[in-house]
Write a protein that binds this ligand. Structure first.
Ligand code: SF4
Length: 362
């Protein structure tokens, strides 16, 4: 069994999209546009920078753009190079860029076992542009190729009248219920719930999907985290266009991990320095065990579904890998190590503030 050592969320700098979803916070903030951004490094270089040796073991990667991830042509080569290193990769997609899927389905079979797709189910858009059949054909295509997948719905107010018909459709096509995620208002500082309902009303409306993802996210939604978080050590955010790696959304520590690939990566936990009002992507970071005290879920359950024909959305290898927790596979810090990390983080935060002040940014 491959041991899960880290989780890295890769930002793909695509802001263009082939859909126009009303809940899209990128479109709302007028940031739509770039389809094929310039990358500073080749796919081969990126693969070498992310070797198991450098990262300390087998890593679960998640690749996501602000627009449609699969619109970036270089994605096929980059994904192949990361899989060639022996890692596991998820790609977030709306499932409609057929060309990219066809390219990826030509990977060696063993790579496909470690590749998975998170299909975002944009119901109203799929109906509007008449692409519902194509969406489910793509899911069937990746399933037949041996990849894993999940289907996820952004449960916004506009979709309330369609709950019954969406359920029936997905059950008939993918043999299980959708997973459900919570829409956030990315235009507002603290990423609040994007809904006209109270949190309690909203929960009652959308809990009928029995989605582990929804239940777990709801259980921690809006809660400020004050525990010691291992983001930066066990998880991180990576910008694929320039190699900038940071611990998490509010991290002061940034390093370029592509520039000199012989240089070790500084994996320092953010500890108690999370500045976010709540962990809005808790379904990955917290379900994977970044805060060891939070034990109620695992990432495998958040993505998988058992189907009524006996199959599952995750293949056995992916399921086994994703059901591990980072806190079980990594050593936790001693009180002294935590103190050292704390001092280090404080000094980084202070010097970053000073630099910003000198540049007139604060
Ligand atoms: S609590 Fe969540 S948002 Fe905050 S640092 Fe940890 S993983 Fe990141």
């Amino acid at each position: 069994m491959d041991k899960l050592i880290r989780f890295i969320d890769i930002y793909i700098p695509v802001t263009a999209c082939n859909l126009k979803c009303h809940y899209c916070y990128i479109a709302k903030s007028n940031r739509r546009g770039v389809e094929a951004p310039e990358l500073e490094y080749s796919a081969e270089h990126i693969g070498r920078a992310l070797s198991k040796e450098r990262l300390g073991g087998t890593v679960l990667f998640n690749m996501c753009g602000w627009g449609e991830t699969m619109l970036m042509p270089a994605l096929t080569d980059i994904t192949r190079e990361i899989l060639a290193q022996g890692h596991y990769v998820w790609i977030v997609t709306n499932g409609l860029i057929t060309k990219r899927f066809d390219e990826m389905m030509n990977y060696p079979k063993e790579y496909l076992e470690r590749l998975a797709f998170k299909f975002s189910f944009h119901y109203l858009e799929l109906k509007r542009i008449n692409k519902m059949e194509l969406f489910f054909e793509t899911i069937e295509k990746v399933k037949q190729a041996g990849c894993s997948f999940t289907i996820e719905l952004t449960s916004c107010d506009e979709l309330e009248p369609y709950i019954k018909e969406m359920k029936e459709l997905v059950r008939s096509k993918a043999r299980a219920d959708l997973h459900v995620t919570i829409p956030r208002d990315g235009g507002q500082k603290h990423y609040p719930l994007m809904s006209r309902h109270t949190l309690e009303e909203y929960k009652n409306i959308w809990s009928g999907f029995n989605s582990d993802m929804f239940d777990f996210k709801m259980s921690v939604w809006g809660q400020k985290r004050t525990e010691f978080c291992y983001a930066g050590s066990w998880t991180g955010l990576l910008n694929i266009s320039n190699g900038e790696f940071k611990a998490c959304y509010s991290s002061a520590l940034r390093q370029n991990i592509f520039k000199n690939i012989k240089k070790p990566i500084n994996f320092v936990p953010i500890g108690k320095h999370c500045k976010m009002a709540h962990c809005h992507n808790s379904h990955s970071f917290l379900a994977l065990g970044n805060i060891p005290e939070i034990k109620s879920c695992n990432y495998g359950r958040i993505r998988n579904r058992s189907c009524d024909d006996g199959t599952e959305w995750l293949n056995p290898r992916m399921k086994e890998f994703m059901s591990q927790r980072l806190c079980d596979n990594n050593k936790q810090e001693s009180p002294l190590q935590k103190f050292r990390s704390e001092i280090y983080y404080q000094s980084i935060t202070k010097s970053r503030k000073l630099v910003r002040k000198l540049k007139g940014l604060e």
